[in-house]
Design a protein around this ligand. Sequence first.
Ligand code: GCB
Length: 604
Amino acid sequence: MHKTLKLITLILLLAFAATEANAQEKLIGNVGSREKITLDGYWKVIVDPYETGFLNYRGEQNSLRGSYFTERDFNADRTQLVEYDFNMADSLLVPGDWNTQKTELMYYEGTVWYRKKVFIPKGDKRTFLYFGAVNYDATVAFNGQLVGKHTGGFTPFNFEVTDLVKEDAYNSIIVKVDNRRREDGVPTVNCDWWNFGGITRSAYLIRTPRTFIRDYSIGLKKGSTDDIEGWVQLDGTNKRQTVSIYFPGKNFEKRLHTDKDGYAYFSMDDVKGFTLWEPENPILHQFTISIKGEELQDKVGLRSISTQGTKILLNGKEIFLKGICIHEEQAFEPSGRATGRQDDKVLLDWAKELGCNFVRLAHYPHNEDMIRLADEMGIMVWSEIPVYWTIQFNNPDTYNLAEQQLCEMISRDKNRASVIIWSVANETPRSAKRLEFLNGLIKKTKELDATRLVTAAMETEYTSEITATVKDNLQRFTDIISFNTYVGWYDGVSDKCDDVNWQFSEDKPVVISEMGGGALYGMRGDASMRFTEEYQEYLYIKNIEMMERIPGLAGVSPWILKDFRSPKRMLGGVQNGFNRKGLISENGDKKLAFFILQDWYSKK
Ligand code: GCB
């Protein structure tokens, strides 16, 4: 072929690959139970603030491969070039943020290229690359071929690489990670937490049989406490098959036959009398889902969640949500992104010590272990997507991105009993466009999962100087009235709590999704002095008195369990880069207010 023609063909092919790769592949469920090769550990990295790996020498974007992938600079084949560049490179740990791994990357926002070589043994298998989360944009290449792109820093994604795998050999994986904040992103450029970049959650190569169980759902029928139902989806050439769902606790096996698309729906009407999941007894039932050649195990809690007037009902019984908000940040130094079970356990143990039966996982989906641990520990969960403050409500692309993250969140955690609330937003300024946007997300949530409650953290407004309420029309569409309120911090001083009355127009449960104020651990003084532990302690005393008077109050999740990193909190000597509203310092020290809330919860 003529040289120019060859080049044009290549560019066209790449452009085509890029569009194709943008389509998100359906998530693989229950990764924990699958055959996989871990990609955790050190990856070679190149920090690339000027996007040199993407651009040609004049600064034009020549292809999606860029100069770290093409032969522009070197006359070597692509793979060799990649090996050459990366072998001399620095390394970073996965899972992990880059900010707290290297001092020079603490404030870095831009591109880092990650490369790992992985040995893949022989086997008649399909192979999928799976990432728990990459913040924020990920462009992924396998053995030099672009396999896909993903946007959004807190949800998992996978790409099939079966046809590119070299068996019994080392294979190369490259991920271009870009954590630059974007006006049209979800979240947008302005938010009150650290923009940790990197491959922040575990990554795997999942290996499955040619036809495999891509996903399934097991739970209680909406409104029921004794009807189990669900579905299974197979993927592969042999989609019509017999699937077995085994419930050993009841020695019951259900056999299903999937349709031509690989789907089968089921109910287990004959199985009754199983124990329901609840905080005091978080029983998880072992289920086995199998087809010829594949068997998955899962531990699933069965429970119902609903509302009746101003009450929240768990398994038909009224429950008060004794909560706390948590950011996905390590419990101790260096306060980087929490990456799994070990970090999560400390955070949830603290929540338990506080007397909580509920946590609001702010402001984005946390890692899967956190939810599985909450299942095991009997802690109810509010899970949300980062539709935060002033994202672009007029922008259809922003909407699609929010909806994509919502779908990924629900897809991953739909079988977790602990999750009782999906939240679609936090403190978003009222407008017609925004109402339409959030309503779209609420509808989508109900479509995907009608069994849980849906809400958003709304804002407090006043109808008179002392009458507080929620004016937001969104509350007509949410299952609960949830809002953030900062009486005593952004809104007057703590004594104002004595005067404020609360009124609501909807007959729905009221949940305070945030309240609180700042204190630097060890800074002691008068209760009127901001940032002392005494100020925060008194603020909690007064707010608790006020909350006792709030009509229909069904739960509260104060802001926040632990001080967390935020580039918006730069007041020297007090904040030093941390939002200080934690009840616990970044070193694990409990502040006075911790014990006030603990005392209240012990009596609730
Ligand atoms: C809020 C936000 C939360 C902030 C908090 C604060 O209302 O929802 O993300 O960190 O206030 O500390 O101001």
